[in-house]
Design a protein around this ligand. Structure first.
Ligand SMILES: Nc1ncnc2c1ncn2[C@@H]1O[C@H](COP(=O)(O)OP(=O)(O)OP(=O)(O)O)[C@@H](O)[C@H]1O
Ligand SMILES: [Mg+2]
Length: 368
């Protein structure tokens, strides 16, 4: 295995996973008691990492697990396929649906696959040219339950980026899912999503389809003592010393945001690897500049998606100016509302707001 240090861009588990003890414990507890769970947090806060960590544990202890990332699913047919494929992977059967689509005769030559086809006739439907998509999707949504019953083992099913379900055809699909999921006594569901307002819309509004279906877990930044321990340990493994001040310097810049903290540590390590045995303040500054540049495209894109009014409001927040200084009250109110909705800012007190992404905050400061 390749040595990986301060990984970003992919979900992290095992040695790369820091803190989150309480969240792990809470989610584990709910799931083990058959309570479905939804994890809501801004982008890059570690939702996927957290759930994959739990799924790995569950799998190790003999449970069936499956995960479908709705971000990557572009239509209902693909959704149906993914649900069935991922469920069947628990029997060490991979890509059976896509193989069947290429030709049933090849697949049945494999004894294990043949058995799966006999047990689960649904997989053959994916090869039929005139099958009704609605029927197929309905059957696929129920498939994890059928599978769990037949195999006599419960299954934990993870829908990542669940907010994206709206793009597949909104309300009807969501209602269909809810109607089915609540009858699945052998499936426990885990949902995650970044678009907080959308997720709240789905799970917390009295009128919404998933109201009270899942226990809600809001993720914050990683607790600073936990992140400090992790950073110290990882640098030490590389033979690099890290003082408390240095750690404070890092966390001060990233505010324990999971992604940016890993990113910054990665750049600091890159800068000093093979040259020094100790991280100093200057290395943190240098690492920060490089990390910042590496995020430029992402930050520019965030910026471009905002209106002038929203940017003006953000500038005021970054410089702690009063939001409502003049007659523009209603406009500011509107901007605040949309920025909250987009998950760019969060409320930190009465009439007070903070920018969630620490690098975007710096980007705003530098580009005012
Ligand atoms: N518990 C953790 N310990 C250390 N680093 C973490 C942790 N969780 C997340 N990270 C860092 O943040 C990055 C993003 O994590 P992850 O993909 O799980 O977040 P996400 O909330 O699912 O993001 P997205 O909104 O892009 O789907 C990881 O690549 C890793 O660098
Ligand atoms: Mg994710």
């Amino acid at each position: 295995m390749m040595k990986r240090l301060f990984v970003t861009g992919v979900p992290v588990t095992g040695n790369d996973f820091a803190g989150r003890k309480q969240e792990l414990r809470a989610i584990r507890h709910f799931l083990q008691n058959g309570q479905s769970v939804v994890v809501i947090a801004p982008r890059r806060f570690g939702k996927t990492s957290l759930i994959l960590t739990i799924l790995q544990e569950l799998q190790k202890s003999g449970s069936y697990v499956a995960d479908v990332d709705l971000f990557t699913i572009l239509n209902k047919k693909r959704l149906a396929e993914a649900i069935v494929e991922k469920t069947l992977e628990n029997k060490k059967i991979e890509s059976i649906v896509s193989r069947i689509k290429k030709g049933v005769s090849q697949v049945v030559k494999n004894i294990e696959m043949k058995q799966v086809i006999e047990d689960y006739q649904l997989v053959l439907k994916f090869a039929e040219p005139h099958v009704s998509l609605d029927d197929l999707l309905e059957a696929a949504l129920d498939f994890p339950q059928k599978f769990a019953e037949k195999e006599k083992r419960d299954i934990y099913f993870f829908y990542d980026e669940f907010g994206d379900v709206a793009k597949l055809d909104g309300d009807d699909l969501i209602k269909l899912m809810r109607g089915k999921f609540q009858r699945h006594s052998n499936v426990c569901y885990i949902f995650a999503g970044s678009h907080e307002s959308l997720m709240n819309e789905l799970f917390t509004k009295r009128k919404s389809a998933f109201y009270k279906f899942a226990r809600i877990i809001y993720l914050e930044e990683i607790a600073s003592p936990d992140f400090a321990d992790y950073i110290r340990k990882r640098f030490k493994q590389e033979g690099i010393g890290m003082s408390d001040e240095a750690i404070k310097g890092i966390i001060g810049k990233t505010r324990c945001h999971p992604y940016y903290t890993q990113l910054l540590c990665g750049f600091i390590h890159y800068i000093i690897a093979g040259k020094k045995k100790k991280v100093e303040q200057g290395d943190i500054e240098d690492g920060y500049e490089e990390a910042f540049i590496s995020e430029k495209t992402y930050l520019e894109k965030l910026w471009e998606e905002l209106t002038v009014g929203q940017l003006e409001t953000l500038f005021r927040i970054t410089s702690s100016e009063s939001l409502y200084s003049n007659e523009t009250r209603t406009n500011v109110g509107r901007s605040v509302k949309s920025l909250l909705f987009k998950g760019i800012i969060k409320r930190t007190g009465r009439g007070k707001y903070g920018i969630i992404d620490p690098f975007f905050e710096e980007f705003l400061r530098r580009n005012r």
